[in-house]
Ligand binder design. Structure first.
Ligand code: F3S
Length: 80
């Protein structure tokens, strides 16, 4: 399984990820992206159906703020 979080320290709110993978990403009140799967905690496996979108979003992020791992994250980098 894959897990994902957005590093909000480096996200520049470019918007690419949520248009590429709207089932995974949306914006917080500051316009920064976050995973809507689990409030950007990286503890909920990305559904297999969304893995292609996830890969596209990861590659498309200009600041490499989309962090993908094969294990659940221990703690979120920064949840809002
Ligand atoms: Fe931010 Fe990258 Fe998405 S800059 S809005 S995480 S594509």
């Amino acid at each position: 399984a894959k897990y994902v979080i957005v590093d909000k320290e480096t996200c520049i709110a470019c918007g690419a990820c949520a248009s590429t993978a709207p089932d995974i990403f949306d914006y917080d009140e500051e316009g920064l992206s976050e995973s809507i799967l689990d409030n950007n905690q990286g503890i909920t496996p990305v559904p297999e159906d969304f893995e292609d979108d996830l890969e596209d979003a990861e590659e498309g992020c200009p600041t490499e703020s989309i962090i993908v791992a094969l294990d659940a994250f221990q703690k979120a980098l920064k949840s809002s």
